[in-house]
Design a binder for this molecule. Structure first.
Ligand SMILES: *Cc1c(COP(=O)(O)O)cnc(C)c1O
Length: 239
């Protein structure tokens, strides 16, 4: 077996590529976190990942988090929602997710806050921003983010904003992909100057299996990696 035939080998290879990209960008390797994306993979794959030391997993459906969290209860795992969240599923996310990276509209913020306030909990969130013009991608328009953050700071104290998240355009042109990542970082830098109380913008979740090195060069602090760690998904998965 070659190294990449095992999850251990694939994980080691990804960690090396993250370290190399950090070195190229003049950044310390610990400045980028790996979020393994386990969506569509079963309990056995997650157990294998746990044996390699992974405890925090990205998923894009609340039902799937529910099932996996139940099957793996009591093991200290954290589930991070990275997929589009319907408002009527806010209750499930508030209950089962350690973090939501796909907060992209006011209606969802209101619904999450209502649930969290009922339960006396708070939740780490990232605001998902649309940095490409692809109609299939979710995310808030960059121009709407400043007012949204001010509204969260004023009215939704259960939502602890930690930063921004984006998906780059699907394009064979690395320049187009890089432009999306750069747009997110530049938006973050502008937002920081507003000094909105209670809003942290330290985290930029950007980069997936096919484009994470470009994202790291543009300032990503967290890369969301599915197939490059777990292998090919058996069925495609809408974002
Ligand atoms: C599926 C998914 C990923 C991981 O994609 P890979 O190409 O498998 O690495 C990252 N982010 C989001 C939002 C996803 O839905």
């Amino acid at each position: 077996m070659t190294a990449v035939d095992t999850m251990a080998g694939r994980l080691a290879q990804i960690q090396q590529r993250i370290a190399n990209a950090c070195a190229r960008a003049g950044r310390p390797p610990e400045s980028v976190t790996l979020l393994p994306v386990s969506k569509t993979f079963g309990i056995e794959a997650i157990r294998e990942a746990m044996a390699l030391g992974l405890t925090r997993f990205g998923e894009n459906k609340t039902q799937e988090i529910r099932q996996k969290a139940a099957a793996l209860a009591g093991q200290g795992l954290q589930w991070v929602l990275i997929g589009h969240l319907q408002t009527n599923k806010a209750k499930d996310a508030a209950r089962d997710a350690a973090e939501v990276q796909s907060l992209d509209r006011l209606e969802l913020a209101e619904a999450l806050h209502r649930r969290l306030a009922n339960e006396g909990r708070s939740l780490d969130v990232l605001v998902q921003v649309k940095t490409s013009s692809e109609p299939s991608k979710y995310g808030m328009a960059p121009a709407d983010v400043p007012a949204f953050l001010r509204r969260i700071a004023a009215d939704f104290p259960t939502l602890r904003v930690q930063g921004l998240m984006t998906l780059a355009v699907n394009s064979p042109d690395p320049g187009d992909v890089r432009a999306c990542f750069r747009a997110l970082r530049e938006l973050r830098d502008r937002l920081r100057q507003e000094n909105i109380p209670g809003i942290s913008l330290d985290r930029l979740s950007m980069g997936m299996s096919g484009d994470f090195e470009l994202a790291i060069e543009e300032g990503s602090t967290e890369v969301r990696i599915g197939t490059a760690v777990f292998g090919a998904r058996a069925y495609p998965d809408p974002q």
